[in-house]
Design a binder for this molecule. Structure first.
Ligand SMILES: [Zn+2]
Length: 166
């Protein structure tokens, strides 16, 4: 499965593309937390406990697109209440939803692990991608590098746009 670093970088890339003109540390931390928290369904593994059954086990409900929409909405309401976020909440909700959804979609691209319940709880099929290029160390160059490049380009374009406006 992709490492938490991959999921955090995916959130960073989506956040860099959707960032409002000014962001705070909270913006980045909540996005990364949404993307990484999806794996809490398997939190017992390092301690020898089974996956959390009431969410369907690993790569089930927490990895689904409906869950991403719900978590994106709840996290936006919970963490972006202040007036400084007025006018930005739809964009932030989209960012948090996509950051969360990116986790299950990235998991689809791996050769290891079971299929992903992308549409749970509406259907309990576990999907597998026909093309699963992520295996072992190649994650570094086929996931990390493109995501880091995306962050770099998005931030560069943003600061350029800000400089033109100034
Ligand atoms: Zn996962």
């Amino acid at each position: 499965m992709p490492t938490s670093v991959s999921h955090a970088l995916a959130a960073g890339a989506i956040g860099a593309i959707l960032a409002p003109a000014t962001t705070t540390r909270r913006y980045w931390i909540v996005g990364v937390a949404c993307a990484v928290a999806v794996d809490l369904d398997a939190i017992g593994r390092p301690f020898g406990y089974p996956d959390i059954a009431f969410v369907g086990g690993h790569r089930a409900l927490t990895h689904s697109l409906p869950f991403a929409v719900a978590l994106g909405a709840v996290a936006t309401i919970a963490f972006f209440r202040g007036r400084s976020w007025d006018g930005h909440r739809w964009r932030i909700a989209a960012y948090l939803t996509l950051a969360t959804a990116s986790h299950g979609l990235l998991d689809l691209l791996t050769t290891r692990g079971q299929g992903v319940g992308l549409l749970m709880p509406f259907n309990w099929i576990r999907y597998e991608a026909a093309w699963r290029p992520v295996r072992g160390l190649n994650e570094l160059w086929i996931v990390w590098l493109p995501l880091m490049a995306t962050i770099w380009v998005a931030r560069g374009l943003r600061s350029r746009t800000a400089a033109v406006r100034a």
